[in-house]
Write a protein that binds this ligand. Sequence first.
Ligand SMILES: [Zn+2]
Length: 212
Amino acid sequence: MPLKESTLDPSKAVYDSVLESGCGYSKPLKQGQTLRIVDLEGNQAVDTLSYDSSDPTDRYSAEGTIREQGNIYLTTGTRLMSSEGNVLLTIVADTCGRHDTLGGACAAESNQVRYAIEKKYMHNCRDNFLLEIQHHLPTMSKRDLTANINFFMNVPVTPEGGLTFEDGISAPGRYVELRAERDVTVLISNCPQLNNPCNAYNPTPVRVLVWD
Ligand SMILES: [Zn+2]
């Protein structure tokens, strides 16, 4: 887990805002800009997708990212690859140490299958993503919501290859920082999940900052 702190000064950020728990969000970034996501209270899951702004059909690829770095966990140095093999963003700082890109986003369907039939209508990340693309990325539809990143989420893989959802390894104030390697649009769902130990059954706000 290569931890790396940032040298960027929050007082010099060109954007600085709190994203309340359960809320969706999208942010266009210019090439060279840096985005920081801060886990304000710890153990929050921040479901994230990214797209090339000039061609949103070229989008984040979990399998391309895993293949290129030869590792299933994301941390400092990870290049977020696109479906066309381009680098969308690079993780340039990380004080949490490990992020997931296997667990996917929670959805009405997964709430129902994983937890209980009456959980189907609970607020979930996929609905957040759907609302965000309707409002801010109208050329895209639900078919453009592919496998995502879960920043701060702990989904260890067992030696046998099993996928487990565990209590988080993040803590209040830990952050991850990404540099845009081209003009990208980042889509975030600050996970509203109430049935999963990853966020201790308690969704909390995150802070989002951008530097030029
Ligand atoms: Zn979620």
